[in-house]
Write a protein that binds this ligand. Structure first.
Ligand SMILES: NC(=O)c1ccc[n+]([C@@H]2O[C@H](COP(=O)([O-])OP(=O)(O)OC[C@H]3O[C@@H](n4cnc5c(N)ncnc54)[C@H](OP(=O)(O)O)[C@@H]3O)[C@@H](O)[C@H]2O)c1
Length: 286
């Protein structure tokens, strides 16, 4: 078993709770901060040590792992930096490499580890990977010696390039550009057909020529409706990644706008396609 460490998870959301559980399964002490967090987060954090404030957990922890909505990641890093925290800081959020480098600057490059998670919250082994990059990537991967979440360190040469330092974020951006970008495209196509009065005709045509798209539309609506509020930020991070690579960035800026219109569905149970299409169209009329 790896050396036991004190590790704070900021914060135990759907994904963060499974990061915390894997660290507990690997024999570490895991802490969380209750300030400003909901009853749902408190419920998911059961089994972890509670701290009242960032200052308190920063004084206790050897490492902190940020697993939060992408739009909150920079501010969280700034708040951690303000505590005077001296341990390793792992950002595991869906961020553009340029945003990750900004966080490295805030925290201090030598204490920073870039990460990106691919897969659903890690309840069962084999579903989900935490990619890590930079000089401490391989060391951090060893902390995840047991449990459901698999950690994978990407190659890093001594004195490696900036590109290698944030390779985990680039991998996450590339992966989600297709998975969540395709979901936004499919939902927007359904909204377009509805707006133009041809939704039934499109479904009849799909039933003949592309039956998978019928099922996929319903499935995608249910899987994304409650999470669209945080997908908006992720799409903007992907758009910036395209722009920085010298590629057209409009596709994912458009996907962000679709998810923004769906953000009113936050905190509701998974919604059917009709409700998601209505949400997308309602916002477009206002
Ligand atoms: N869920 C997935 O399937 C999945 C898959 C791959 C990667 N990820 C990545 O994991 C990260 C978190 O996802 P998640 O599924 O755990 O999200 P989540 O279930 O929505 O949980 C987010 C957690 O962060 C807290 N939070 C909310 N707003 C915040 C802010 N502005 N600053 C700091 N913390 C905030 C929430 O606390 P309260 O709700 O108590 O306020 C909650 O504990 C994201 O970067 C995402 O890209 C998730």
């Amino acid at each position: 078993m790896a050396l036991q460490r004190n590790i704070g998870v900021l914060h135990p959301g759907a994904m963060g709770a499974t990061v915390a559980q894997t660290l507990l399964d690997s024999g570490h002490q895991v802490g969380w901060v209750s300030a400003n967090r909901s009853a749902e987060t408190a419920q998911r954090a059961r089994g972890c040590m509670p701290f009242d404030s960032l200052d308190e957990i920063a004084a206790w922890a050897d490492a902190l792992i940020s697993v939060c909505p992408p739009h909150g990641a920079v501010e969280l890093a700034e708040r951690v930096h303000a505590t005077g925290f001296t341990g390793l800081y792992v950002d595991a959020n869906a961020l553009a490499p340029s945003t990750s480098l900004k966080i490295a600057e805030i925290i201090g490059t030598g204490a920073y580890v870039d990460g990106g998670i691919i897969g659903p919250p890690a309840i069962d082994a084999g579903t989900t990977r935490l990619y890590l990059s930079g000089q401490h990537g391989a060391g951090v991967a060893h902390w995840f010696s047991a449990g459901a979440l698999k950690a994978v360190a990407l190659p890093f040469d001594v004195g490696g390039s900036q590109q290698q330092q944030v390779a985990a974020s680039m991998l996450k951006m590339s992966y989600a550009a297709y998975s969540k970008g395709a979901s936004a495209l499919l939902l927007s196509v359904n909204a377009l057909a509805e707006a133009g009065g041809v939704a039934d005709a499109l479904r009849s045509e799909w039933a003949i020529s592309a039956p998978d798209l019928l099922k996929r539309s319903e499935f995608t609506a249910k899987m994304t409706s409650g999470k669209a509020w945080r997908f908006q930020g992720e799409m903007l991070e992907i758009s910036e990644t395209y722009s920085n690579a010298g590629l057209p960035d409009d596709f994912h800026a458009g996907a962000a706008a679709i998810y923004e219109r769906m953000s009113q569905l936050k905190d509701l149970p998974p919604q059917a396609l009709d409700a998601v299409v209505a949400a997308i169209l309602e916002r477009s009329r206002s």
